[in-house]
Design a protein. Structure first.
Length: 392
């Protein structure tokens, strides 16, 4: 079994609802605020929490007060703010991933370049507090695996900086491509772009055959009090039994591409978030030697990755196969070694045994800092793991 966080957006979600749900789950609010408000650009923000009733359910609500602003922030502005902060590296990466997801969706909707996108509502201090806070809260929860149940969206229309737009907002629907959604007969915006960006950059769809044992349940309230189902987000942490999942296998045979390009394409594919990439030598028509490029990715990303392959290689087509996959539950942890802290991955094997693998990037960074061969870092991590196992 492995630790998981599951959200149930039966009445939609927003940035403040998500953050409030995690606080309701037990994330220490004072520590959360101290960390987020330590970012210089957010130092004048004030956040308070209170308990509210939505229908018959008691929930946590977070109220954020910000100074008035008139300027909008670009993706590069956000990156500078994040990289200039003292947040943990993995928190920084998560925040940037969320803003990048939103920028890509906005750029696609408006037919512009991602770097030209300027955030309006989502670049405001209150939304920044929500997104920064979401990733800090996940760190305080121990970085569990994150899943979402089907997402309920409202309908109708609303006003934005771009004028009147339909609900769900175009960027919201773009962000949720690949997720199971339900359009409810409720004339209101149930999922905000901030909420959708958090889901798209953090959460995977919960497998239909997953078996969850909840440990704690939390409820986060929004600012609106709706008729019918209460305007809250339900979340719970617990343990996930091993379950059957699905992945997509993308294959393409290529016989006319410069071999030097494969390394770049593979590097970019991993940056796009695929699970694995590998190449095999094949003989193609007219007895030409070629390469079969295989990419394994999540179902929701299959068509996006196919588009990337056709834009960044000489292939004229990509085959997509859907396959079942059984995974061992795994989690990340850290070990102290004589050279510093190493991030490790722990797998739970059938029968209760645990196995550990040091994370390459962590070992690589530590080897450069310490000025020692990377193999010494791996060996130090394994010795620290063995010592921990024997001492309990």
């Amino acid at each position: 079994m492995t630790n998981v966080l599951v959200i149930d957006p039966f009445s939609g979600t927003s940035g403040d609802m998500f953050l409030a749900a995690l606080v309701d789950l037990g994330v220490p609010f004072e520590m959360l605020c101290e960390t987020v408000l330590g970012v210089p650009e957010l130092r004048d923000v004030r956040a308070t929490r209170k308990t509210v009733k939505r229908g018959v359910i008691e929930a946590t609500q977070i109220i954020v007060e910000c100074p008035t602003e008139s300027h909008h922030r670009s993706v590069s502005d956000i990156r500078k703010i994040v990289n200039g902060s003292r947040l943990e590296d993995n928190v920084k990466k998560g925040i940037i991933k969320t803003f990048d997801a939103l920028a890509e969706a906005e750029a696609k909707v408006h037919g512009s370049d991602r770097d030209d996108v300027h955030f309006h509502e989502v670049g405001a201090l209150d939304a920044m507090f929500d997104i920064f806070g979401a990733h800090v809260a996940l760190e305080l929860l121990g970085n569990p695996l994150c899943y979402t149940r089907p997402i309920v969206l409202g309908t109708g229309k609303t006003n934005s900086q771009h004028g009147e737009i339909p609900i769900p907002a175009p960027a919201t629907l773009e962000l949720l491509a690949g997720y199971r959604i339900k359009l409810a007969e409720r004339d209101e915006e149930l999922v905000t772009p901030t909420g959708a960006a958090i889901i798209a950059s953090i959460f995977a769809p919960l497998p239909e055959d997953a078996f969850i044992t909840p440990a704690r349940v939390g409820y986060g309230a929004g600012t609106r009090e709706s008729e019918g189902l209460p305007n809250i987000l339900r979340a719970f942490v617990g343990s996930l039994e091993r379950s059957m999942g699905h992945v997509c296998i993308l294959t393409s045979t290529i016989d006319d591409m410069n071999p030097e390009v494969y390394g770049f394409v593979m590097e970019q594919l991993f940056a796009q978030g695929v699970l694995d990439v590998y190449c095999n030598q094949v003989m193609m028509k007219k007895n030409r030697p070629g390469v079969e490029l295989t990419v394994i990715t999540e179902e929701m990303d299959a068509h996006r990755i196919a588009d990337f392959l056709m834009a960044n290689s000489t292939t004229l087509g990509v085959r997509i196969h859907r396959e079942e996959r059984v995974e061992l539950p795994r989690r990340k942890d850290k070990l102290e070694t004589p050279y510093g802290t190493v991030t490790i991955k722990i797998a739970d094997r059938p029968g209760g045994a645990e196995t550990m693998s040091p994370e390459y990037e962590s070992c690589r960074a530590l080897a450069k800092t310490a000025g020692v061969p990377i193999i010494d870092i791996y060996e130090a991590a394994r010795r620290a793991w063995d010592k921990k196992q024997h001492t309990g």
